[in-house]
Design a binder for this molecule. Structure first.
Ligand code: HEC
Length: 181
């Protein structure tokens, strides 16, 4: 009988308390507005939340609301996307293979983050600005900066123009439709 009591006490001290402590730390982190961003980026089955829509990331560089949501770059107005255009997506798939797959896989972490589902938690305009203007994005945008801190590699510009970037966006949208919905 004594033995069982001792075991229960040991279990509480050895397993219960550490678990409680870990939970408390995770809870505290998740309340820091800077962290949910990083957590999303890891969860592939991302939240369908646009940048800045729920937990607002910190904004030390004083970006405008537009920039927080849509990134910093050549696109100063949000683009509209409609139904997926398969021909455009096919072009994007080819470009992705040539220009992006050295660093990105769709479904797992590589040099850069996995991109499957990115269209569910970043706006189309944000994705285009990231593709077209990665240097400034990682310097100034808290989300891109957070990713840089995680991946420790700067996404080098890939000589993309708007049309090519748009085709890749279409490919990523189609990939999400086909694999995650
Ligand atoms: C040299 C490696 C490299 C190449 C090439 C590269 N990327 Fe990246 N990419 C990264 C890294 C690393 C990050 C995280 C931010 C950072 O550290 O610069 C990133 C971030 C991103 C993001 C932001 C993801 C998010 O969750 O916000 C998108 C979108 C993206 N890349 C798309 C592309 C596309 C499209 C191409 C091809 C045109 C490309 N990347 C080429 C390394 C690369």
């Amino acid at each position: 009988m004594k033995n069982i009591t001792a075991r229960i006490v040991l279990w509480i001290v050895g397993v219960g308390y550490p678990l409680l402590a870990i939970t408390a730390v995770l809870l505290a982190l998740s309340k820091d507005p800077g962290y949910p961003q990083l957590i999303w980026q890891n969860s592939l089955i991302g939240s369908p939340v646009a940048v800045g829509a729920s937990a607002k990331p910190s904004n030390p560089n004083g970006l405008s609301d537009f920039e927080m949501t849509n990134g910093i770059g050549p696109l100063k107005e949000a683009i509209e996307v409609g139904a997926i255009d398969p021909a455009l997506a096919a072009r994007g798939a080819k470009l992705f293979k040539i220009k992006c797959s050295a660093c990105h896989k769709l479904d797992e972490r590589y040099v850069g983050p996995p991109l499957r589902g990115v269209t569910s938690f970043r706006t189309p305009t944000y994705i285009l600005n990231m593709i077209l203007n990665p240097n400034e994005m990682v310097q100034k945008h808290p989300v891109a900066k957070g990713l840089l801190a995680q991946y420790l590699t700067i996404m080098s510009p890939q000589g993309m123009d708007r049309e090519k970037a748009r085709a890749i966006l279409e490919f990523l949208r189609q990939d999400f439709e086909q694999n995650m919905k």
